[in-house]
Ligand binder design. Structure first.
Ligand SMILES: NC(=O)c1ccc[n+]([C@@H]2O[C@H](COP(=O)([O-])OP(=O)(O)OC[C@H]3O[C@@H](n4cnc5c(N)ncnc54)[C@H](OP(=O)(O)O)[C@@H]3O)[C@@H](O)[C@H]2O)c1
Length: 254
């Protein structure tokens, strides 16, 4: 039976590429996303065409029990979840305080923080029983830097970062490796950044900063680091790592 890599939030950017990277290394990848069934099937097909194995699920992470039920079903029907990846973003674009509704703020918290709490509540007991497991959490600059217009996003992502620390404190001695992975730059991610900018602006950005310029972070290369983190020896675990393209200024320099 193959070990399972479960990805919550698997679009064509980081999530799908992390799933693909683990599938290349003989994990069974389980990809979960909210909508776009066709996109999900395309990613599964790509993985299978490379000789990997994968399953895809439509799941809305903010619905009650969606994550918990998916974890239970994957464990029962596919195999033990060795690596759980929490990749949901909580970015809603810049909004002044007066334009940030209570509902939007709460949604940010649900996606940014509470969903990870629910995933951890579901997988940690299973991993603890097995004495091993890896939880990889994608994060953003907003986890370490507040900014005008980012009230909901920064609160949610900083909460996510602190939750990772407390999970690490409780579960690292029990053999569970938690890593907080701070993505400090724009990613070549059509399903998130692409949709936020719209096709024209996104293509323009790709042409000016992305593609051969390597100024947009390539999700397949980000995924290499996720795989590396999951393979680290427990005598030398990374808890926190940040990544950006060579041409981006790091968050603390601007
Ligand atoms: N993209 C960037 O420039 C950037 C920059 C810094 C940090 N990040 C971080 O990177 C992570 C996202 O990676 P990515 O941007 O490369 O995106 P991605 O992996 O291509 O896609 C993420 C997927 O999450 C799914 N999703 C959103 N809400 C969901 C929900 N309620 N339930 C289930 N699935 C849901 C979406 O599915 P559907 O498409 O089906 O709705 C989307 O395709 C986030 O943690 C974000 O904070 C991204």
């Amino acid at each position: 039976m193959k070990p399972v890599c479960l990805v919550i939030g698997a679009g064509a950017g980081i999530g799908g590429n992390v799933a693909r990277r683990f599938a290349q290394e003989d994990y069974h990848a389980c990809l979960c996303r909210r909508s776009d069934e066709d996109g999900l099937h395309r990613m599964i097909e790509d993985i299978e065409n490379e000789g990997g194995s994968a399953s895809g699920f439509i799941l809305n992470a903010i619905e009650d029990n969606s994550i918990e039920e998916r974890v239970a079903a994957v464990e029962a029907d596919i195999g033990p979840i060795e690596v759980a990846v929490y990749n949901l973003g909580a970015q809603i674009g810049d909004r002044a305080l007066k334009d940030t509704t209570y509902k939007a703020f709460e949604m940010g918290w649900r996606l940014g923080t509470f969903g990870l709490f629910r995933l951890a509540s579901a997988v940690c007991p299973l991993m603890e029983e097995r004495g091993k497991g890896v939880i990889l959490v994608t994060s953003a600059t907003a986890a370490v830097r507040g900014n005008g217009g980012q009230h909901s996003h920064t609160a949610a992502m900083a909460g996510r970062r602190m939750l990772c620390q407390s999970l690490n404190a409780e579960f690292s001695p029990k053999g569970i490796h938690v890593a907080h992975i701070l993505i400090d730059g724009a990613v070549d991610a059509p399903d998130t950044l692409g949709k936020m900018l719209g096709p024209e602006k996104f293509q323009q950005l790709r042409e000016t900063r992305g593609m051969e310029h390597d100024g947009l972070m390539l999700p397949a290369r980000i995924a290499d680091t996720y795989y590396h983190l999951a393979q680290q020896h427990r005598s030398a675990w990374t808890f926190e790592i940040d990544m950006r393209s060579f041409s981006d200024r790091p968050w603390w320099n601007h």
